[in-house]
Design a protein around this ligand. Sequence first.
Ligand SMILES: [Zn+2]
Length: 124
Amino acid sequence: MVAPQYRSRSKKRKKVKVPGGATVTHYKKKKPSKHVCGRCGKPLTGVPNKIPSELKKLSKTEKIPKRPYAGVLCTECTDKLFRYRTRFEAKNNYPEYTDLEIRRDLTIERYLPLNWWDNLSNKE
Ligand SMILES: [Zn+2]
């Protein structure tokens, strides 16, 4: 009987003919779960979910998209984050936007740098 770890049907099987002539079953390693956005939980695009030994063979550009917050936030949440920050900058730096009403969103501010608020006041 096969070892207990191979009795599970969740691992992929492949029948392989070995040089001795016998047909043996090869078991594939389980795939890790998909990477998800830290804010909304949607699956991230452009980030592969392979086992570490296969991930090592990929180049840097194949592992992660080339943009800020890639591999952490989805494109929608990244867009919201930059719009949020820009609105605060506009309110602090331009007199015509001083009465702009902005609700604070802590789910977005979590991903801004710790001293982002200080940077706003320095520009004045
Ligand atoms: Zn998201």
